[in-house]
Design a protein around this ligand. Sequence first.
Ligand code: GRF
Length: 222
Amino acid sequence: MTSRRRTVVVLISGRGSNMQKLIEQGNAPGSPYRVVAVLSDQPQAPGLEIARGAGVATAALSAREHADRAAYDAALAQAILVHEPDLVVLAGFMRILSAAFVRRFEGTLLNIHPSLLPNHPGLHTHRRVLEAGETLHGATVHFVSEALDAGPRIVQGRIAVGPEDDEVSLKRRVQRVEHRIFPLAVHWFCSGRLTQREGRAWLDGAWLAEPVQWVESAPPGA
Ligand code: GRF
């Protein structure tokens, strides 16, 4: 166990409910990390206001103010690096990041995706699960690699899809899972238990050939 508290920068584009959970967990007594800044590509992202309310530094970088993706990503990297973070977290950051950016932060870059990866990378995961008639769905935390939603997987949480489910209910139920597994993975990383090496995720010194399967311990509906 390390004594220095790790620092985390969170990138968002929208509501920021995952970001909020990370700020809350980071502020808890004994937390191995704290969120030091929240950055967004959307100046109007509601999550920025939440972060400011929690006393966290914020900044918005609009794509319109940069010539191309390379210029944007260079500015974004700079805005992150001024905070000298140990970890960068994508929490609903809806931009594709360039290979150069991903390489710069490789091993210290986490994302959460609303599906059981490798199933359903990309957008509209809830709709695609319903259209395929699948009975299992969920969320995955993974290290970010150059291939979209294909980096080493760390932890997954599952939900059963019922006949009553629609896109709205799936989004709500999957987000409840996200709010548990994302803080868990960040906690693991910041307490030195989780690393990325040789293109793989390692937890407590063991290679995660499969992601950890998180199981809800509270009673259903809690
Ligand atoms: C989450 O569902 C996440 O899986 C996806 O974007 C959403 C962000 O939600 N990448 P929020 O902004 O954290 O509420």
